[in-house]
Design a protein around this ligand. Structure first.
Ligand code: IMP
Length: 174
């Protein structure tokens, strides 16, 4: 059986998301917001965040790959699935699970900026400031964490643990 060291409980995550949702609602009132959800890790976060928001913005998805079935970044970012809706003249809010090295977010921002949106910002549930290799802008963060590999609440290790309701460090990765 896997053993976990808890980092954030279901309740802590939910109350932080309420605060983020209220902040985003305020900041994007009257704007042409679109939520761009980065698959797959932010699925639960995006779903909970969107349902706490009052603005009811359109939601689209994009998928990138920088990790293989490992806990280390490959350093190479690939586009696996592009978004469907146009983002031209829209205020894009990227919804990320975690910003680790920052390479994925840097790649994504450059890709989106070239499509002439009105603005691009990012909300990430987690950030690892000590692991950032890039000075990439991150407008909203749920929690800063140490440079350790976490799972749960959307975050996986080799496609496992995504549906745990909490975020934890895996004590005995298999
Ligand atoms: P970055 O490009 O290094 O910032 O990494 C971005 C992606 O790596 C995230 O969107 C996650 O999918 C994955 N990742 C980074 N750190 C972790 C972690 O601690 N647990 C699970 N996935 C992670």
């Amino acid at each position: 059986m896997p053993e976990f060291d808890l980092r954030f409980s279901k309740e802590q995550i939910a109350s932080r998301i309420e605060v983020l949702a209220a902040q985003i609602d305020r900041d994007y009132a009257g704007k042409n917001l679109i939520l761009l959800v980065v698959l797959k890790g932010s699925l639960h976060f995006a779903s909970d965040l969107a349902r706490k928001m009052k603005l009811d913005p359109p939601i689209d998805f994009i998928q990138l790959a920088s990790y293989h079935d490992d806990t280390k970044s490959s350093g190479i970012v690939q586009l696996k699935k592009d978004h469907d809706m146009t983002i031209e003249d829209r205020d894009v809010l990227i919804v990320e699970d975690i910003v680790d090295t920052g390479l994925t977010l840097e790649y994504l921002r450059e890709l989106l900026e070239a499509r002439r949106p009105a603005s691009v910002s990012c909300v990430s549930l987690l950030a690892k400031p000590d692991a950032h290799q890039r000075e990439v802008a991150l407008e909203y963060v749920g929690f800063d964490i140490k440079n350790e590999f976490v799972v749960g609440y959307g975050l996986d290790h080799a496609e496992k643990y995504r549906s745990l309701p909490f975020i934890a460090v895996l004590r005995n990765p298999v």
